[in-house]
Design a protein. Structure first.
Length: 551
């Protein structure tokens, strides 16, 4: 949003609040008097006037009921939700909704703008004039840069004008414009956006002309027409919607009928992009994300990422197009987005419902092998699954807690193996105290991992593993508070928690083969303090572990 838009929107917001007659004024001062004959109220000494979350501080305020004119002097400061207006003195006509402030300064917190002027005046319902105006985002009396103008006139929902505008660095004028017009809209409007031009040895000359469509208050879209002299005409669209802070999304799509029908495998530059052939001339990339709250407290999370070929993201990653263009998916969705050289592109839909003590999630996903076309029929990744987690729940007020982890996945591939896997893991904990200082917590768990697979020739394979686990945890806390005078800190607490744990884990399996898509966890004791294997048979192992730690 431009500085003019921000300035106009801020003035519009403040005007709406001050003009609301249903909201009363609250005035405090050292002295409050009323002259009935002249119809004037006079407030002097530490005057504070409050209305609708806005507070005006001044030393002298006078209001004439008959004329509707209010005058403040002795300095003024108006605070509104972090925004601050200051000035030497001001006059306001509440009947005509006009007024002026001398030696005015406006600070907009949202974008850290400072707007100053020798004279700020509201001359009409929606028109403001600032004399000897300057704008900057720098703090301090000597900003690094400023934009100045001899006169700025702004009409809200219209346009603003600047006379003798200059961009200054350390007070030195760098760019001068004698007269400039800028939009002062507080509402979005459809229209053409500034064009973009560029050149690359791969694509030739490039020209892009975007068109912005303000569909509604909650939706908008940008259409992109891009011409590349060596590649052809690319069309793109970016659709955005926002329902509330928890429901919003972005969907983007670009398509190109490439003038280079196939990839030249003798071109070194083309081979640097990737060593794989390309025979398609229709090039496209679909990507996007959406967070949507559904009925019954169900949350939906959608991620889309599908590309026509392995070279697309690398050929169009610079200048106007490709991976680095458009919305930053990582920042907006708060979810990681596949890197442009990732061998796969992942699309997924997750539905979840979270309660106070449980979480239920269902997910469907597709992994596109964008790196090597030969792998397209050999990918083996989960395409659907369910996960249920029960957080520790106390049983009937006893010192017994029960929790559960469970998971199901279905894996599919055109030519490779496909099948199902399931995992169920209940656990019981008994947190106890031995005296006032020592915590003793035994726990027991059982895990079942099962797998049913079938290859492309119809051959079936079943595997399972059961894991029995028993552990104890012995812990205490040693702490001391030290007096300390350091900055705003008066005291500091030092705490050490020695923890001694013992773990026994037993395995039962029906085979030695590792599952073909989801290896069963074997415990991973790389460097235990004490680790013994009682049985040599790989199908039946038991392990002990003792560990000490300071937490």
């Amino acid at each position: 949003m431009s500085a003019g838009n921000l300035f106009a929107q801020n003035l519009q917001t403040k005007r709406g609040l001050l003009d609301d007659d249903a909201i009363p004024w609250d005035i405090t001062a050292k002295s409050l008097t009323y002259n009935e004959k002249e119809g004037t109220y006079l407030a002097e000494g530490d005057v504070v006037i409050t209305k609708a979350g806005q507070t005006l501080f001044t030393e002298h305020a006078e209001f004439n009921v008959k004329t509707g004119i209010a005058r403040v002097s002795g300095g003024l400061r108006l605070e509104t939700e972090g925004d601050v207006v200051t000035g030497r003195e001001g006059t306001f006509n509440l009947n005509t909704r006009t007024g002026e402030i001398v030696d005015a300064s406006l600070f907009l917190r949202a974008n850290h703008y400072y707007i100053r002027g020798s004279h700020m005046e509201k001359v009409g319902e929606d028109t403001y004039v600032v004399q000897e105006c300057s704008l900057t985002t720098c703090d301090g009396a000597n900003p690094d840069w400023t934009i100045t103008g001899s006169e700025v006139k702004v009409t809200i929902e219209g346009y603003g004008t600047v006379k003798h505008s200059a961009f200054r660095v350390k007070g030195l004028p760098i760019i001068y414009v004698p007269y400039m017009i800028f939009p002062a809209k507080t509402k979005r409007q459809s229209g053409l956006l500034p064009p973009r031009v560029g050149y690359s040895t791969l694509n030739g000359g490039e020209l892009e002309i975007p068109f912005y469509w303000a569909i509604s208050d909650q939706t908008d879209a940008t259409f992109y027409g891009r011409f590349m002299s060596r590649r052809g005409y690319m069309q793109g669209v970016e659709f955005r919607y926002i329902e509330d802070e928890d429901s919003e999304g972005v969907l983007e799509f670009d398509i190109l009928s490439d003038m280079e029908k196939t990839k030249n495998m003798t071109d070194k530059d083309a081979l640097e992009i990737s060593p794989f052939a390309r025979t398609n001339s229709t090039r496209y990339w679909l990507r996007g994300w959406a967070d949507q709250e559904l009925p019954l407290d169900v949350s939906a999370r959608l991620d889309a990422d599908y590309v026509s070929d392995q070279d697309y993201l690398r050929e169009f990653e610079e200048k106007l197009f490709g991976f680095s263009s458009r919305t930053n998916m990582d920042e907006k969705s708060n979810r990681p987005f596949q890197e442009k050289r990732s061998p796969t592109r992942r699309s997924a839909l997750r539905l979840s419902r979270d309660g106070e003590s449980y979480s239920l999630q269902g997910i469907g996903s597709y992994y596109q092998p964008a790196e090597d076309p030969a792998d397209k029929n050999m990918m083996q990744e989960p395409v659907g699954g369910l996960n249920f987690t029960l957080l520790p729940e106390q049983i009937r007020g006893l010192p017994v807690f029960f929790n559960l982890e469970s998971n199901y996945d279905y894996v599919w591939s055109d030519e490779a193996n496909k099948g199902h896997s399931i995992s169920i893991s209940p656990q019981v904990n008994f947190p106890l105290w031995i005296g006032p200082y020592v915590q003793f917590e035994p726990s027991f768990s059982y895990t079942y991992n099962g797998l049913w697979a079938e290859d492309n020739e119809g051959k079936r394979e079943n595997q399972y593993q059961t894991v029995y686990e028993a552990s104890t945890r012995l812990a205490t806390n040693v702490e001391r508070v030290y007096d300390l005078q350091w900055f705003n800190a008066d005291r500091v607490r030092h705490k050490i928690s020695p923890v001694l744990t013992y773990l026994y884990r037993g395995y039962r399996t029906n085979g030695d083969n590792t599952p073909w898509f989801s290896p069963i966890d074997r415990g991973g004791y790389e460097s235990p303090w004490f680790d013994s294997i009682y049985q040599e048979d790989d199908e039946d192992k038991s392990r002990n572990r003792i560990a000490f730690a300071l937490e």
